[in-house]
Design a protein around this ligand. Sequence first.
Ligand code: NAD
Length: 337
Amino acid sequence: MRVAVFSTKPYDRQYLSETNAAFGHELVFFEPRLDLSTAPLADGFPAVCVFVNDQLDRPLLTHLASTGTRLIALRCAGFNNVDLVAAAELGIEVVRVPAYSPHAVAEFTVALLLALDRRIPRAWARVRDNNFALDGLIGNDLYGKTIGVVGTGRIGGLVARCLKLGFGCRVLAFDQWQDPALVEIGIEYRPLDEVLTAADILTLHCPLTPETHHLVDAGAIERAQPGFLLINTSRGALIDAEALVDGLKSGKVGGVALDVYEQEADLFFEDLSNEIIQDDVFQRLLTFPNVLVTGHQAFLTAEALMAISETTLDNIAAFEAGGVLENRVVVQAVVGH
Ligand code: NAD
C-alpha cells in the first residue's frame, strides 16, 4: 500500500524501512508534521501514517478524505489528537498501536523519579564542573513512601508493581477498573481524591480524556501533601502547567519530572537550540532547580520502535487486505500512547 509517513525522524525511517522488508508497502517519508500546510504532500495516498503531535482535526481530515485518503495509521497508542467523529463521518478508518513496550515507558518513569528525587542531573552538572560539594543534593528514600498511581493499565500497572515490590513503597492507585493481580500484591485502590491527597509521589498513567484534562490543577495541588513529587509520562494536559508553576513557587510542589507537556506540539521532537522559545510557562518551569523535563522520550527504546513499526505496518496490511482491523480506533473508546 502507498503510505505517506509524516513527522519522521531518522530512527522512524530506520525501523520502519527495516521492518517493511517483510511487508512491501510503498513508504514515502516526510519530515514535517502533518497540518493543513503540509497535507498536500499526502494527496493521492490511500494511507497516512502519523505520530503523537500531528493534529488531525476536521479541516485536515476533510482535506485528506477529498484527496483519497482512507486510512490513518497512528504510530502510537493515544488518539486524543484525532477527531474520531469527523474521521468516521468522512469514511476514514483510524488504527493505532495499542501496546508496544509498556516496559519502555514504565522504566523511564521510575528513572525520572529517581533522577528527580536524588538530584542526579544537578549532581552530574556539578561534577562536570569539578564541583564535588553535596549541599543541595539531599534526596529521600523511596522505601516506605506513599506513591499515588493514577491509571493502572499496562504502564501504570508496571510502575505500581516496580515501586511496590522493588522499592518497598506503599502504593495507592486509582482506576475505574481494578486489576486483581495488583490487589494481590498489596496495591491499594482508593478514590481519586484520596490518592491525590495522600501521595508523597504522584505518577500519572491514565489517558487524556475530557474527564482527565487538568486532573492535577490548582485545587488538587492545594489538597496534596506538602512537598509532594509529581511525575508525568502520560499526556501533558493532565496537568495545568500554570497551576504547577504556582505550586513550585510556593513550595507546595516539591519537585516535578515531566516527559510530556500540554503545549509540547510547538516544542518537542525538534532541535530548537538556536530559537527563542515563546512559551513563557514552559520557560518558567525550566528555571526551577527541582524540575526535570525530557522531550517525550519515554517510549524510545529499540524494542518499542521495533514493535511500533511491526504493528503499524501490520495494521496497514490488514486494511489493504480488507480484513478485520484489530487495532481500529472507534469513537466511543476511552483507552489511550
Ligand atoms: P492503558 O490503556 O493500558 O491504561 C490506561 C489506564 O487508565 C486504564 O487502566 C484505564 O482504565 C485507566 N483510565 C482511564 N480513564 C481513567 C481516569 N479517568 N482515571 C484513572 N484511570 C483511568 O494505557 P497505557 O499503555 O498504560 O498508557 C498510559 C498512558 O501513557 C497513555 O494514555 C499515554 O497517554 C501515555 N504514554 C506515553 C508515552 C511516552 O512516550 N511518554 C508512551 C506511551 C504511552
